[in-house]
Every structure is written in structure tokens, then in C-alpha cells.
Write a protein that binds this ligand. Structure first.
Ligand code: FAD
Length: 284
């Protein structure tokens, strides 16, 4: 289908984008890589009067080392995240997860910030960002504010980015030396996950000393499997110990039912995928 008619602007600064956004109010939509927004417009599920393309704002692109954190600009493409050595060294979980996101074409257009702002519960970037304790920088006409990952994902397709605001960058605390793995369960290649588990662990002397586990598509937002994280600490990275710690992965979740599986099936998958993800992250 052809989208409904809209006006289009492509500002070169965040300030100009915010001004355009403020002027148009809720009649405007921000365009990142367009990989989720354009299908929505084409299906006429949304018909904004104005589309504000962030693609010409250079300051929103790129990855930098910022001391104890790495900073990823919202308009950085998935493929740039995938190939970046700073990400691979300090936030390997993102490299692992983004390698499973869609296909090369989508990864070349879609953006890190767009995927997170879109907040599709089956999106592959939310759980790793949550597990890594990311902080989100959100700009509005009154200045910038930061929001912790635990506060960022509010509900299905709803984040802390308010009307008139733009997600500008994401800060990821360094997890240098941590093993990482993203275990994504799909029926066919390049599918959105039925369930996925993002795990990153620190192993000292054969024992897990720290663990972070994020769940994709086990509720309306990405979730942290905090009971699994606690149970893993101090355990040897063996199949038996990790299996036992992973058993509670579905605790407190509320997974959806859809054509790919019902919620009980997802609850069944979560501990299995968690065990696989943690063992792979620990290099066992
Ligand atoms: C065929 C196909 C397969 C896919 N498979 C997967 C998959 O397996 N896993 C997965 O995770 N994703 C998948 N995606 C989606 C992909 O990850 C998109 O890149 C992502 O969902 C949206 O990023 P985008 O930059 O394209 O954002 P857009 O589509 O441009 O925008 C998405 C939404 O976010 C808002 N937005 C964008 N940028 C900002 C910003 N900086 N600040 C505030 N709001 C913003 C827009 O207004 C819009 O509401 C797939 C997409 C396609 C087309």
C-alpha cells in the first residue's frame, strides 16, 4: 500500500529536529532507519502529517569510548554496532545479539536507537540493553535527561521517550572481559524471536562471579531474570549448576500467546534457552 500523504523534513541538528517536533506536536513522527516505521506507514496504521528524518544529523551517529562506558549514537546502524571493535571488546553481548537481528539489508538501514525507541517486545536489542544496565539519553527542548534501562521500557511499544523528545544516545557500562551469548529461538532464519535470552557472565577461576540475564518476548517489555542472576553467582560453569540456576527463568514473566507459540510454550523455552545462553557465555 502507498502511505498517506505527509510532509518531510531532514534537519541537520538535534535542536532543529526538536523544534520541528514541537511545532507539529503529535502530528509528527521521527524517522530513524525506517525499518519499522515505513511498513507502519505503508499499512496506514499511522498517518503523521510530518515525518522528521534524523538521517542527516551526524552527531547522532557513531560509537565512542567514554571512560567506564561506551556511548552509541541513536542513529548508529545495526551493522555498525555489529562490526565495531569497541562494542566487541566492552559490550560483547550487543555484538552477539545484533548478529541475530534480521538480515544484512535491515541491519544496514535500521538503527540502534530506532530499535530501542520502537520497543517491540520481540525486538532483539532491548534485553541486551537491559542486561547491560544501559542508560538512555533523551533530548527535549528543555535539555537532555537520562533514564536507566529499568525505567526506559514502559510497555508494549512504549518507552520513557515522551512527546516532543528524541532518543539521542545510549550509554553502556563497560563489561570488559565478560563472556556473552544471545540465544534466539526461531522457526525459520531471520525471524523475530519467539523467545530469546541475552546472557553475559564474568568467570573467575571456573566460577561465575557476576551474571546478567535479559529475556526477550517474555512479557510486554524486555525483562531481567534476576533470580537466575542471583542463583548463578558463585556457581561453577557446569551444565548441572547452570541448569539448576536457570530453572527459575520464567518466574514472574507474562509471555504472549501468538501463532508462533502460546505462553506456556514460551515459559517452557525460557529455562532451556537461559541454560544454553549462560553456558555459551561462560565458554563451557
Ligand atoms: C524484514 C524485517 C525484519 C526484521 N527483523 C528483526 C528482528 O529479527 N529483530 C529485531 O529486533 N528487529 C527486526 N526488525 C526491525 C529492525 O530492528 C528495525 O531497525 C527497528 O525495529 C527500528 O529501527 P529503525 O531505525 O528502522 O527505526 P524506524 O523504523 O525509523 O522507527 C521506529 C520507531 O521508533 C521511533 N524512533 C526512531 N528513532 C528514534 C529516536 N532516535 N528517538 C525517538 N524515536 C525514534 C520512530 O518514530 C518509530 O516510531 C526487522 C525489520 C524488518 C523490516
Amino acid at each position: 500500500m502507498i502511505p498517506a500523504q505527509f510532509d518531510y523534513v531532514a534537519p541537520t541538528t538535534v535542536e532543529d529536529a526538536l523544534a520541528a517536533l514541537q511545532e507539529a506536536g503529535d502530528d509528527a513522527k521521527i524517522l530513524g532507519g525506517g525499518q519499522s516505521l515505513l511498513p507502519v506507514l505503508r499499512m496506514r496504521l499511522n498517518a503523521p502529517a510530518l515525518v522528521i528524518d534524523l538521517g542527516r544529523i551526524e552527531s547522532l551517529r557513531g560509537i565512542r569510548d567514554d571512560g567506564d562506558a561506551i556511548v552509541i549514537g541513536a542513529m548508529t546502524t545495526h551493522s555498525d554496532v555489529l562490526t565495531d571493535p569497541i562494542v566487541a571488546e566492552h559490550a560483547k553481548l550487543l555484538t552477539e545479539a545484533v548478529s541475530h537481528l534480521a538480515d544484512p539489508q535491515v541491519r544496514h538501514r535500521g538503527t540502534f536507537g530506532g530499535a530501542l525507541a520502537h520497543a517491540d517486545p520481540s525486538g532483539d536489542m532491548g534485553a541486551p540493553a537491559l542486561a547491560l544496565d544501559a542508560t538512555f539519553v533523551i533530548a527535549g527542548t528543555g535539555g537532555s535527561r537520562t533514564v536507566a534501562a529499568s525505567e526506559f521500557f514502559e510497555d508494549l511499544f512504549t518507552t520513557a521517550v515522551g512527546e516532543g523528545e528524541i532518543l539521542t544516545e545510549v550509554r553502556i557500562p563497560k563489561h570488559t572481559g565478560w563472556g556473552a551469548h544471545y540465544e534466539k529461538f526461531v522457526r525459520v532464519a531471520h525471524q523475530w524471536p519467539i523467545v530469546a535470552v541475552a546472557a553475559t557472565v564474568k568467570v573467575d577461576g571456573g566460577k561465575i562471579s557476576e551474571a546478567r540475564v535479559g529475556l526477550t518476548n517474555m512479557g510486554s517489555t524486555p525483562l531481567r531474570a534476576t533470580s537466575v542472576e542471583a542463583a548463578l553467582v558463585g556457581q561453577p560453569a557446569t551444565d548441572e549448576a547452570v541448569r539448576s540456576a536457570a530453572a527459575s527463568a520464567a518466574e514472574g514473566t507474562n509471555p504472549p500467546s501468538d501463532v508462533n507459540g502460546d505462553s506456556d510454550y514460551r515459559r517452557h523455552l525460557a529455562p532451556i534457552l537461559t541454560r544454553r545462553a549462560v553456558l555459551a557465555a561462560a565458554g563451557a
